[in-house]
Design a protein around this ligand. Structure first.
Ligand code: SPV
Ligand code: MN
Length: 611
C-alpha cells in the first residue's frame, strides 16, 4: 500500500478496520492496495478501473456499460452459501452450514494468494442514509472493480460515516475475490464458496462474480442485519418501499415482501407512484410509529420483460444516457438487447454464453436465449424519474400498509387484507412460491417461503416470527397487512390478471388505510367489493372490470386453501413457533373447514360471502 492509501486508511481512525484490512492483505497477497474514499476522484477511479480491466465494457449510450458473469455463475449459489457455525443449531428451517474451523480453513485456502498480481480495493459504505439511526456501516474488500463499482451505484458512501464510529467495531466486513479469471470471468466455479460468520459479522466470498454472490452489501449483509435486527427488536426485511399516491395528493407509504423475481420491483415501479426502495428495508419503531428506510440507494433489477409497456420507468432509464451497468444481456454493436424488450433482437452478438447466434444450443441441446432469464441492470435510484422525495430521509418514511406475496398459480386470491396484525404475520409467514431463475436450480417448484425471506433468515424461524408478532407493541398506528398474488392462472394456464392490475390493488389498499372502502369478510381475510374495484379499474387503468373477472379472481378456492393449510401443518409440526402463530394456523384451518361444511362447493363466489 502506498503512503496516500495508508493515510486514507489511518484517517478513519479505527483499529478494527485497519486490522481486518491488514489481515486480508496478508491472506490474499494483492500486488497493489487502493483505499477508496467518498471523493469524486476515488469513485471515478473505480469506474475507470473496471473498464481498464475489462470487467465492464462501454456501450454506445453515454454512461452505459456491460458486464458478464460466468456461464455457471448466473444466480445466487444456495448450495455453497453457508453459515460458519461453531455448534449445531436448530432453526426450524433448513440451515446450510459448515463447522466454523473447517469452513474457515477451506475458504482461507481458496483466498490464500487469490489477489496475487491483482489490485485490492478497500471501500466503506453506509447501509441506509447518512446520519441516520437506522444505518449500519460496512467495509468491503474486493479484487473486482465491477463489484466495487456496482456497490457504488447500489449503496451510499460510508468513508465519512466510518469516521463517526469513533473506533468501534460495530461494522460488517466483506472479503471477496473473484479468483482466477479467464476472459475476465471467474473460472474455478467448483471452488465457489460464500461463507457467513454471524458471530464476527463477516462474510467471505470467493471464485464468483454474480452480484448476489459477490456483493457483500446485498444479500450477505442482509443476513447479518436480520440477526442484528432480531437481537435489537427491529426488522430487516426483503421488502420494497413505495409511496402510493391516493386522492388529493395524499401519499401513503407501503412496504412489500416478495420472493426473488415475483414482482417486487415491478410493484414499486407501478406508474403514478414513487419509489423509495425495491429490495431491502430496515424498519424501526419511532415514537409509536413504524418507520422504514431503504438500506440501498440503487436497483439491481431483473431486465427480462422490461419494456416500455410493462415497466415504462425502468425502460426509460435503460434507454437514455446515465450510469447503468447491464449484466448478462446480449450486445451487438454496443447496443444491449434482452428477452421480452419488445424490440427486434439481432440474430447474433455477444452474451453470457460468449459469441451468440440465434438457435445456439447449450451442451444439453437446449436453445440458449439471447439474454439470461436472470440478466440484470444496476443503476442508482436517482436515475429514475419516480424516485420519492423522501428516499434519502434519515428519519425514513412511516409505514401504513404491508404487502406479502408469492408466485402461486392456483390457490391464493389477488388481494386479501388480514383480519388482524397477527393474522397478517401468519399470511406473511405462510407465503409459498414457485421457484424462479434468480437462484441456480430447478424452476417452477412450489416452495414455502416465509416473508419471502427463507433464503436469508439467520435466526430460528420461531424467533424471527415472534419479532414480527411483538412489533406492534406500543404502536400508535398499526399498519394494515395484505397478502397478494399476481400469478393466479385459469384452467388453461392463462394468467388471470394483467401486470398493471397491481396498481388497483395498491390503490384499494391505500383507501383501506383510511377506511374509504368497505371490505367483505371471508374465512381467509377481507376482500374488495366488486363495485369498488370496478371504479378503480376505470380510474387507474381505464379498463372495464367485469363481474365475471371478479368472480374468477376472487372466488375462494376452499379445497386448495385447505391443501395449503395441510402443507403448513406438516411444515410447522416440528418447528418451535410462538403460540400466537400456532393459534392463527388452527383458527385459519377451522374457518376453512366450517366454510366447506356450510357451502359444500369447492370454489365459492365472493358474492356468497356478501349479504
Ligand atoms: C434477489 O434474488 O432477491 C435479488 C438479487 O434481489 S440477488 O442479489 O441475487 O439477491
Ligand atoms: Mn432480492
Amino acid at each position: 500500500m502506498d503512503k496516500i492509501d495508508l493515510q486514507k486508511l489511518e484517517e478513519i481512525n479505527n483499529k478494527h478496520a485497519i486490522k481486518v484490512v491488514e489481515e486480508a492483505i496478508q491472506l490474499c497477497k494483492p500486488t497493489k492496495v487502493t483505499v477508496i474514499t467518498d471523493s469524486k476522484e476515488d469513485i471515478n477511479y473505480v469506474r475507470e478501473l473496471s473498464l481498464i480491466k475489462g470487467e465492464e465494457t462501454k456501450l454506445k449510450m453515454e454512461g452505459h456499460t456491460i458486464h458478464f458473469d460466468g456461464y455457471y455463475d448466473q444466480g445466487r449459489d444456495k448450495v455453497n452459501t453457508k453459515y460458519l457455525l461453531s455448534k449445531d443449531v436448530d432453526w426450524g428451517i433448513k440451515v446450510n452450514s459448515i463447522e466454523k474451523e473447517k469452513g474457515l480453513k477451506e475458504i482461507y485456502s481458496y483466498l490464500d494468494g487469490s489477489m496475487a498480481g491483482k489490485e485490492m480495493l478497500v471501500r466503506f459504505f453506509s447501509l441506509g442514509p447518512a446520519n441516520s439511526i437506522f444505518s449500519l456501516k460496512a467495509l468491503q474488500i474486493t479484487d473486482s472493480a465491477y463489484v466495487a463499482h456496482s456497490e457504488d451505484l447500489l449503496y451510499r458512501q460510508g468513508y465519512e460515516e466510518f469516521k463517526k464510529l469513533n473506533g468501534s467495531s460495530d461494522f460488517f466486513f466483506f472479503l471477496h475475490s473473484a479468483g482466477r479469471l479467464e476472459n475476465g470471468v471467474s473460472v474455478d466455479i467448483d471452488k465457489r464458496r460464500i461463507y457467513i460468520d454471524l458471530e464476527e459479522n463477516r462474510v467471505y466470498s470467493v471464485n464468483n462474480q454474480y452480484a448476489g454472490n459477490s456483493l457483500g452489501l446485498k444479500k450477505l449483509a442482509f443476513r447479518l442485519a436480520i440477526k442484528k435486527a432480531n437481537e435489537e427488536g427491529w426488522l430487516a426485511e426483503h421488502m420494497f418501499i413505495m409511496g402510493v399516491h391516493g386522492p388529493n395528493g395524499r401519499i401513503t407509504y407501503f412496504t412489500g415482501a416478495y420472493p426473488s423475481a415475483c414482482g417486487k420491483t415491478s410493484t414499486a415501479m407501478i406508474p403514478g407512484q414513487t419509489v423509495v426502495g425495491d429490495d431491502i428495508a430496515y424498519l424501526k419503531k419511532i415514537d409509536g410509529v413504524i418507520r422504514v428506510v431503504n438500506m440501498e440507494s440503487g436497483i439491481f433489477g431483473i431486465i427480462h420483460s422490461v419494456n416500455s409497456e410493462n415497466d415504462p420507468v425502468i425502460y426509460q432509464a435503460l434507454t437514455t444516457p446515465g450510469e447503468v451497468i447491464f449484466s448478462n444481456v446480449l450486445t451487438n454493436n454496443g447496443v444491449p438487447y434482452w428477452g421480452g424488450m419488445r424490440k427486434d433482437i439481432p440474430d447474433k452478438g455477444i452474451n453470457f454464453s460468449g459469441e451468440w447466434f440465434e438457435g445456439k444450443k447449450d451442451n444439453q441441446g437446449k436453445e440458449t436465449p439471447c439474454s439470461h432469464k436472470n440478466a440484470r441492470y444496476t443503476l442508482r435510484l436517482n436515475e429514475l424519474n419516480n424516485i420519492d422525495s423522501k428516499a434519502n430521509d434519515p428519519d425514513g418514511v412511516p409505514v401504513k400498509a404491508i404487502f406479502y406475496g408469492g408466485r402461486d398459480s392456483d390457490t391464493t386470491i389477488p388481494i386479501v387484507e388480514s383480519l388482524t396484525w397477527a393474522h397478517g404475520v401468519f399470511l406473511g409467514a405462510t407465503v409459498e412460491s414457485e421457484t424462479t431463475a434468480a437462484t441456480l436450480g430447478a424452476r417452477g417448484v412450489r416452495k414455502y417461503n416465509p416473508m419471502a425471506n427463507l433464503d436469508f433468515i439467520s435466526v430460528p424461524l420461531g424467533t424471527y416470527i415472534e419479532n414480527h408478532l411483538k412489533f406492534t407493541k406500543d404502536l400508535k398506528v398499526i399498519p394494515k397487512i395484505s397478502a397478494t398474488n399476481y400469478f393466479l392462472k385459469d384452467k388453461t394456464g392463462k394468467y388471470l390478471n394483467g401486470k398493471m392490475d397491481k396498481r388497483v390493488w395498491l390503490l384499494w389498499a391505500e383507501g383501506r388505510v383510511y377506511d374509504e372502502y368497505e371490505a367483505i369478510e371471508t374465512p381467509v381475510g377481507l376482500i374488495p367489493k366488486y363495485e369498488d374495484l370496478k371504479k378503480l379499474f376505470i380510474r387507474e387503468l381505464n379498463k372495464e372490470y367485469t363481474r365475471v373477472e371478479y368472480i374468477q379472481q376472487f372466488s375462494l378456492r376452499v379445497g386448495k386453501y385447505q391443501e395449503k393449510m395441510e402443507r403448513m401443518s406438516r411444515i410447522f409440526e416440528n418447528i418451535e413457533m410462538p403460540t400466537a402463530f400456532t393459534e392463527e394456523l388452527k383458527a385459519q384451518t377451522k374457518r376453512l373447514r366450517e366454510t366447506r361444511i356450510k357451502f359444500v362447493e369447492d370454489i365459492i363466489s365472493p358474492f356468497q360471502f356478501f349479504r
